[in-house]
Design a binder for this molecule. Sequence first.
Ligand code: PLP
Length: 464
Amino acid sequence: MKEFDIKELIESRFGENYDLHEKYMNRTLATVLKTIGFDKHYKSAKGAYIYDADGTPYLDFLTGYGVFGMGRNHPVIAKAVKDAIDMDLPNMVQLDCALLSGLLAERIVKLLDNRCTAVFFCNSGTEANEGAIKFARAHTKRNRILSMSSGYHGLTYGSLSITKSPHFQDGYGQMLPGAGNVPHYDIGALEAELKKGDVAGFIFEPVQGKGVNYPLDDYFPKAQELCRKYGTLFIADEVQTGFGRTGKWFGYQHWNLDPDIVTMAKALSGGYVPCAAFVTTREIHQSSFSSLDRCVVHSTTFGRNNLAMVCGLATISVLENENMVEKSATMGKLLLDKLDALKEKHSFIKEVRGKGMVLAIEFQEPKGIGQKLAWKSLKLANDALFTQMVVTSMIDKHHILTQVASHGLDAVKILPPFIVTEAEIDKFVNALDDVLENAANVTGPLWKFGTRLLKASMNNKQNR
Ligand SMILES: Cc1ncc(COP(=O)(O)O)c(C=O)c1O
């Protein structure tokens, strides 16, 4: 029998990607990607670029939803993974205290530089948040978990319950009892809930992923103070913001906060092996692992696996050695300033906001009469269609990957890699400038594409 050969397999089946997904996987996604012109056949990736079969480079301002701050297929991380495989390490012995997980825990705790010193490793952002919910309940012996409106915490039941979004929740039955929500950055509303004395934890993203929102005032320090006052744990969801994305190692450090629990994932994987964690104070940790017979009361098979730990260790080392957190801050500021300058030229731009390398460009009704009309009719049909037109033009014409920020929000979100050069920043800004210039022509290709998109979406609804 022929030995398994992954290179040969990929070569021989390349190009069947969409057929396979239509047949065996999420065919709705395949249809959407085709409709919006994202149906490329990518073959390789390096640094800030993904390459298709013809070798065309696509500038990656999506970074796998914020995984690849360090760039794709970073040689140091790749080497660490290969070295670890070559060492034939004893992986997942389970009833064992392995070295690598201990080492990664030590690194993370040093970076957090707060009271959180006890680490639990898991496999995804949502799972880290599930753990935070459980541990907050166990520690406080309270039931309720509060989150903020327009936040996003993942799609398994606990995390979904605190992701207050009809788009994600509808159709999935009853949510977790005790999951509640407060309007974002409304300190009075938060206190009114905390006062009831039954809230185990208040979870927040330092910079919200969905709309790239963050408070401009002292909301976070006040929220922390109130949580302490009413005995509620203050939980930072750093799944996206962690490891340099906002220009600091962790987003909460912008406000000198001291959370009781910090959750993290994405970048920790190095882009190779899922790796996530939630870190608590020792006291909170021990509330769950409270006796010898409860030593694995919270556990997951793959959580501390060696390759994930290697990825975490190598990634932190790369971020540190290559000053990538500083780069995220400086290049992010440069990008923000250059994008902000486009506002003068394009009345479509309402606001550019962000911190480090997480930014949003929000659109609004433009000034010209024809454009106003076109905008209004598009809005009536679909809230974020204009943004989709922009995102599609960016990939189609300029080979730059971006995304629509959130359902119902007319904003492009970008999560560039921290390694981008000023030339690449200019490429992005010039591309957006060009796309918005074209958008001013309401009979031009951009609006024609919008109409096509609208028709495709209406047809799809009818055919369901
Ligand atoms: C802030 C935040 N929390 C949680 C999650 C869920 O992470 P995962 O997709 O790894 O489950 C995400 C994912 O985008 C996120 O941005």
